[in-house]
Write a protein of this length. Structure first.
Length: 306
């Protein structure tokens, strides 16, 4: 056979093999890492999310279907820092030996006081147990999510070296978008006088946001995490709002608004609106992807506090 035909056949075979190759199966712990993995992975990756968009990660209970997803994955991507409190047990049950990328690796970790036994677990009123834990919410800062993207890119390259160029190219696009929205946030926030950059929410999830964009957050003793607060806790929160000149209080999307509305009324301030504090919401909200989620939060905060 002539040499050029051999070369042509070789090219055809390579192209055919590439076209028939199955995408890399990746299991993702949360909506944010799933969004980033899909965008960086492109067609080379089939990414499935374990804790779906819009679900409350604090009450999420894995099913055998999630265990099967882990068992079939060649790579696993999680937020880390204890955010997926269910992950270790599910990984053991699945029998998976796939490498695990912890997207938050390398971030300068903040710590928070948890007024319960673990992240997101409700405690009984009058029996508060406080412990200091790593703050698992760096995804609420676009600046920190750049590191998420870098870690996911590197994990995909290690799992699928043949796709390196594509992963690097798509990751560069994602990182540029994250840096753009980070710069946009700084510009938007600049209209809020520094003394007014105080955030009172019913969910203590804005530590990294505050560090990145010059705010102070307050959710004292975890009282705002519950549907009710003691009289002493209410006095503490209301006094803080008045003393700090706080203009608005914020509610986590879809959370019970009874307590935060009561606090706003007693403190003489307005409810500032709903924030997405534990990841990307369900598609029916019209907020699609990480940047849109982050923009929603920043816009809501700026509109209420400016």
């Amino acid at each position: 056979m002539p040499r050029f035909l051999i070369h042509l056949c070789s090219i055809v075979c390579c192209v055919s093999a590439a076209m028939s190759a199955e995408p890399l199966p990746v299991a993702c712990g949360t909506s944010v890492v799933h969004d980033l993995t899909m965008r960086i992975g492109g067609d080379r990756v089939k990414a499935e999310v374990l804790s779906s968009y819009g679900l409350d990660p604090h009450t999420f209970q894995p099913t055998p279907a999630q265990a099967r997803t882990l068992a079939g994955a060649k790579l696993i991507v999680v937020n880390g820092l204890g955010f997926e409190g269910w992950f270790d047990g599910l990984l053991k049950d699945s029998g998976s030996t796939a490498p695990v990328v912890v997207a938050s690796t390398g971030i300068e970790v903040l710590h928070m006081v948890e007024a319960c036994a673990g992240h997101g677990h409700a405690h009984t009123a009058g029996h508060t147990h406080e412990t200091e834990i790593p703050d698992p919410h760096p995804f609420n800062s676009a600046r920190e999510v750049v590191r998420f993207a870098e870690n996911i890119r590197d994990g995909l390259i290690t799992a699928d070296p043949a796709g390196k160029a594509g992963y690097e190219e798509r990751a560069a696009t994602v990182i540029a978008s994250l840096r753009e929205v980070d710069a946009w946030a700084k510009k938007q926030i600049s209209v809020i006088p520094q003394p007014q950059r105080v955030l009172v929410t019913n969910h203590d999830a804005l530590g990294y946001f505050c560090r990145s964009y010059g705010f102070t957050a307050k959710a004292p003793l975890g009282a705002l995490e519950r549907a009710e607060a003691s009289s002493a806790e209410m006095v503490t929160i209301v006094n803080f709002i008045r003393q700090q000149g706080v203009k608005a209080v914020f509610l986590e999307y879809a959370a019970n608004d009874k307590l935060i509305t009561q606090i706003a009324k007693e403190a003489g301030v307005k409810p500032g609106g709903e924030l997405y504090l534990d990841g990307i919401p369900a598609a029916d909200t019209g907020v699609i992807g990480f940047e849109a989620t982050f923009r929603h939060n920043v816009t809501t905060i700026v509109n209420a506090l400016r």
